[in-house]
Structure formats: structure tokens, C-alpha cells
Design a protein around this ligand. Structure first.
Ligand code: AMP
Length: 144
């Protein structure tokens, strides 16, 4: 099996470069976290490394570590803001698995697996996403 070649013009590369907007939740030198615009539940966040990796097999250890450090911050904030104990962690490798954006990302979804909405289907209200991102940013800042 061959892994797809990384394409510099994928949506998440453009978001990292600042060429496309996002509802930012957290950023540091190695990672960026932002609201998923087609959430599968309220509060769905994506965490991406600032490394050109299509999927897990290409992720360098220092970026893998950084992604999960950021994910832990985001998860704690989601629990506080959305008052959900259950936070699903999802990550798809390859189109066959359902991956639609070919820049590695971890999904953190405050939900019960059996209640999960459809993947990448319905666009959220942008004002609601902006407000959720603000609440998550404030919770992360307060915890630091
Ligand atoms: P995957 O199918 O695992 O590659 O997930 C890609 C995710 O990116 C889906 O959940 C989409 O809803 C989400 N998505 C696509 N475009 C954007 C965007 N411009 N900003 C935020 N999330 C996006």
C-alpha cells in the first residue's frame, strides 16, 4: 500500500499558513487547534501538527508528542465548557478509512459514540463556532 503524497495546498496547510480562516482554540510552535466546521457533535475540535504529514505513519515523534500535549489541554477545556465527561478521540488514516483532509489531524469530539453525527456533512453556524472557540481559549488560558 502506498501513502498519499503530501500536497502543500491542502486546506489545513492553508489554515496553518494563515491563507484560510479558522476558529482558533489554541496554537503553539508545533501545533494548532481549531473548531471543526462540520462538527459531529457540539464542541468538535481538530488538532494538527505544523509538520507536513498526511497520516500517522509520517508523523515525527516530536510532533506526535506536541499534538497529544495540545489535545490534553483541549480535552480538559471541552469537559469544562461543554460539561461532557465523554470526549471521543478519532483519527483517520487514508481515504478508505474515511479521511477527507490529507494533513494529519486528531479529532476531539465531546460525545457518546452512539450519538455521533455524520462525518464532515453539515456546516455549523459560524457565530456559534466563534463563541465556542472563545470559551475554549479562555478555559485553556485560565488553566495555564
Ligand atoms: P477527516 O475526514 O478525518 O480527514 O476529517 C477532516 C475534518 O475536517 C472533517 O471533520 C471536516 O468537517 C473538517 N473540515 C474540513 N474543512 C475544514 C475547515 N476549513 N475548517 C475546519 N474544519 C474543516
Amino acid at each position: 500500500m502506498t501513502v498519499k503524497t503530501y500536497e502543500d495546498d491542502n486546506i489545513f496547510a492553508k489554515i496553518i499558513a494563515g491563507d484560510l480562516p479558522c476558529h482558533k482554540v489554541y496554537e503553539d510552535d508545533k501545533t494548532l487547534a481549531f473548531m471543526d466546521i462540520m462538527p459531529q457533535a457540539k464542541g468538535h475540535v481538530l488538532i494538527i501538527p505544523k509538520q507536513k504529514a498526511v497520516e500517522l505513519s509520517q508523523l515525527e515523534p516530536e510532533y506526535a508528542s506536541a499534538v497529544f500535549m495540545t489535545a490534553k489541554k483541549v480535552m480538559a477545556a471541552q469537559r469544562q465548557v461543554f460539561e461532557r465527561d465523554g470526549i471521543m478521540q478519532m483519527q483517520l488514516n487514508g481515504a478508505e478509512a474515511g479521511q477527507t483532509v490529507f494533513h494529519y489531524h486528531v479529532h476531539l469530539i465531546p460525545s457518546n459514540f452512539h450519538e455521533l453525527g455524520k462525518h464532515a456533512t453539515t456546516q455549523a453556524d459560524m457565530a456559534e463556532l466563534a463563541e465556542q472557540a472563545k470559551q475554549l481559549r479562555e478555559a485553556i488560558e485560565a488553566a495555564q
